[in-house]
Design a protein around this ligand. Structure first.
Ligand code: FAD
Length: 304
């Protein structure tokens, strides 16, 4: 890994206005879990050219580079990451054309839902309150309240790190399924932008649906604590939170990592939880549920 060479390339890209970067950035400040040691380089491209410049710099300097959106579904390691993380947050251009909404991968799902509502466009209400980016949402087909991004995404544009070029997926090519998509299966693809087709509706009715979903989140989820959302995926035929409750783990803690008393499906950080503590608690949950019900529940949180 050639840190100096990487820095030189990054500085060139900065001088061209393509990106900004930070050195030794604590990952705890980049994750909704508030957990994680430092990353050597946090890179923030301002545009697609900035993404390409970051990738070229990393390849030139043999620097490992990973992509992160809002860090709301990730557990970063306590020791941090020796390499670069490309954060998409500045790729957030948004435009409307009739019922079509185009947005950059870094756009916030909640902000998009609000913008769409103002324009009288329905389809993203469920995403209001999901603290992720559009790219991260498409990666895992984010969803809530019986809706998911698959219903509105018609096209996405990506950069292919292997073939070093741009490409598109349309409609079914996304292979959307429950918390899954083609992007989850091909980690060399970076979502750059997404086209969605929404439906016209009355702005006040749309807003009322969003407020209802938000109220349900506030009343049921432990939003007062850092977390990465639901810790486990649904297991067909079961509510995972109910299973965790039934095996008696509600409130159980390993250090400051705890199963939420309010919603057993959430693992929360009660102050200074470490990734090691979260992993120990998650393993305990998986084991207890297997012992009692003979089923293997699958993590939704991604271990970086
Ligand atoms: C309080 C709370 C509530 C939540 N509620 C929900 C919910 O209702 N429904 C739901 O589905 N999720 C929910 N989540 C989880 C999370 O917010 C979503 O899954 C969200 O879509 C993740 O987006 P992100 O940008 O934060 O992704 P990140 O956590 O940054 O990344 C997740 C994965 O996506 C990849 N990725 C991110 N951006 C790109 C890109 N541009 N190209 C390629 N890969 C990319 C990353 O490499 C990583 O593997 C919740 C989380 C919290 C903390």
């Amino acid at each position: 890994m050639l840190k100096k060479a990487f820095l030189k390339k990054l500085d060139e890209a900065v001088s061209q206005g393509l990106l900004t970067y930070q050195v030794d950035k604590p990952l705890s400040s980049c994750s909704t879990f508030r957990i994680g040691g430092p990353v050597s380089f946090a890179v923030y491209p301002n545009c697609e050219q900035g993404v390409i410049a970051s990738l070229e710099a990393a390849e030139f300097a043999m620097m490992p580079l990973r992509v992160v959106g809002s860090g709301s579904n990730i557990l970063f390691p306590d020791e941090g990451f020796e390499g670069a993380i490309l954060f998409t947050r500045n790729l957030c251009r948004v435009s409307f054309e009739g019922t079509i909404l185009r947005a950059g991968a870094g756009a916030s799902l909640s902000a998009l839902a609000l913008e769409a509502a103002k324009k009288g466009l329905s389809g993203l209400e469920f995403a209001y309150g999901i603290p992720g980016s559009l790219g991260g949402g498409v990666y895992m087909n984010a969803g809530a309240y019986d809706h998911e991004l698959a219903e509105v995404v018609v096209e996405s544009r990506y950069y292919d790190r292997t073939y070093k070029g741009l490409g598109y997926f349309r409609e079914d090519e996304h292979e959307f399924a429950y918390r899954n998509s083609v992007y989850k299966k091909q980690d060399d693809l970076i979502v750059l932008g997404v086209r969605m087709d929404l439906k016209e509706d009355d702005p006040l009715t749309i807003r009322a649906r969003m407020d209802d979903y938000m109220e349900r989140r506030r009343s049921k989820q432990p939003l007062e604590y850092p977390s990465a959302g639901s810790a486990f995926k649904r297991y067909p035929g079961y509510f995972t939170a109910k299973l965790i409750d039934e095996v008696g783990l509600k409130g159980t803690a390993v250090g400051d990592a705890a199963v939420s008393e309010k919603h057993a499906g959430f693992v929360i950080n009660k102050g200074s939880a470490t990734a090691a503590q979260v992993k120990e608690l998650m393993a305990m949950i998986e084991e207890r549920i297997y012992e009692k019900y003979g089923i293997h529940i699958e993590r939704e949180i991604i271990y970086f």
